[in-house]
Design a protein around this ligand. Structure first.
Ligand SMILES: NC(=O)c1ccc[n+]([C@@H]2O[C@H](COP(=O)([O-])OP(=O)(O)OC[C@H]3O[C@@H](n4cnc5c(N)ncnc54)[C@H](O)[C@@H]3O)[C@@H](O)[C@H]2O)c1
Length: 309
């Protein structure tokens, strides 16, 4: 297939690009390189350095005429979205609408949106199913929720089949230390630099950690899935203390752990139900956390720059 990946020079996007190329697809990337790196892309991939929120989008999408678009480009930092809600909305809401309009205009048949667990806000019960109401707490979550609604609208009105994937806490090689859920990357970098790691609060807060290889598998499955919104998660909860202990064991057993104030707005527990994705996408997360952390730690050890090539 001819495919366009926005945000393809970033953490998740670059793993998706690698896999799509390995499967023989023709892949183009659109990325403004604001948090992604050219080095994450294999040589020879067509890279359009442009913003999804800019006027060049129509021309690029019309020239590429992809059969499907994976839209991962985003302002990914929830804390920044609180500080700069206008900028967040420009990229994550208007950028998505601009891309959807360009896609509809160019006859793109399928649009896969990288959404987030942030659309749910504080969960009523765990694990959170897709039918849970949207009660996003940050402008980032509000923008992802709005982007999903636009996706539904474009599916209805313009015939672009839309799939929204609500990622849980993604981790793996090439993750940068900023962004939504970089705790694994942050710990790896600090441990390798011989610095103490900081745990906010008591560290017993839980997250649903999903390895980037599993996120790629779910994204591929989305190419053939019924339109709709799906969690991409393990359904399992692990706490930050456990993650810190495992990474310390792997990288620097003597490293100090420092406790700091809990961060306001940090949910106490988080896990997303993987059942709908299992049924409709045939997707089940396959990388156990211990193995995923070991793979990630070993990558950070051999890539001190945090970039691939
Ligand atoms: N990492 C996670 O745990 C997680 C969880 C939920 C959702 N997501 C979503 O997954 C997607 C990918 O996130 P990631 O973790 O790989 O982050 P990332 O920062 O590594 O990737 C985002 C990419 O988008 C590019 N970008 C940013 N603004 C752009 C713009 N205006 N125009 C074009 N390109 C732009 C960046 O340069 C970067 O390459 C995002 O949509 C994010 O919201 C990530």
């Amino acid at each position: 297939m001819r495919l366009l990946v926005t945000g393809g020079a970033g953490f998740i996007g670059s793993h998706l690009v690698d896999r799509l190329l390995a499967l023989g697809h023709e892949v183009a990337v659109l990325d403004d390189l604001s948090s992604g790196h050219r080095e994450n892309l294999p040589p020879g991939v067509r890279l359009h350095v442009a913003s999804v929120a800019g006027p060049a989008i129509d021309e690029i999408v019309a020239a590429e005429r992809p059969e499907a678009i994976f839209h991962l480009a985003a302002q990914v930092d929830a804390a920044r979205s609180v500080r700069e809600p206008l900028f967040d909305a420009e990229v994550n809401v208007l950028g998505t609408v601009r891309l959807l309009a360009a896609a509809a205009g160019a006859g793109v048949r399928r649009f896969v949106l990288a959404s987030s667990a942030a659309v749910y806000g504080e969960p009523e019960a765990l694990p959170v199913a897709e039918s849970h109401p949207h009660r996003p707490l940050s402008p980032y979550g509000i923008a992802k929720s709005a982007a999903e609604r636009y996706l539904e609208c474009f599916a209805r009105e313009r015939g672009v089949a839309g799939v929204a994937l609500r990622f849980a806490n993604v981790y793996g090689p090439r993750q940068t230390a900023h962004g939504e859920a970089g705790v694994v990357a942050v710990f790896c970098r600090r441990l390798l630099a011989g610095e103490p790691i900081t745990i906010h609060g008591d560290g017993r807060q839980t997250r649903d950690f999903v390895h980037v290889a599993d996120v790629v598998a779910a994204s591929l499955a989305a190419l053939g899935a019924p339109p709709g919104a799906y969690n991409v998660a393990t359904g399992l909860e692990f706490d930050i203390v456990a993650v810190a202990a495992e990474l310390r064991r792997q990288l620097a057993p003597q490293a100090r752990v420092v406790h700091a104030e809990a961060r306001p707005g940090d949910p106490r527990r988080s896990a997303l139900s993987p059942q709908l994705a299992a049924r409709e996408l045939g997707f089940r997360a396959a990388v156990p956390l211990a193995e995923g952390l070991a793979r990630t730690a070993s990558w950070f050890r051999s890539h001190p720059e945090g970039r691939e090539r």
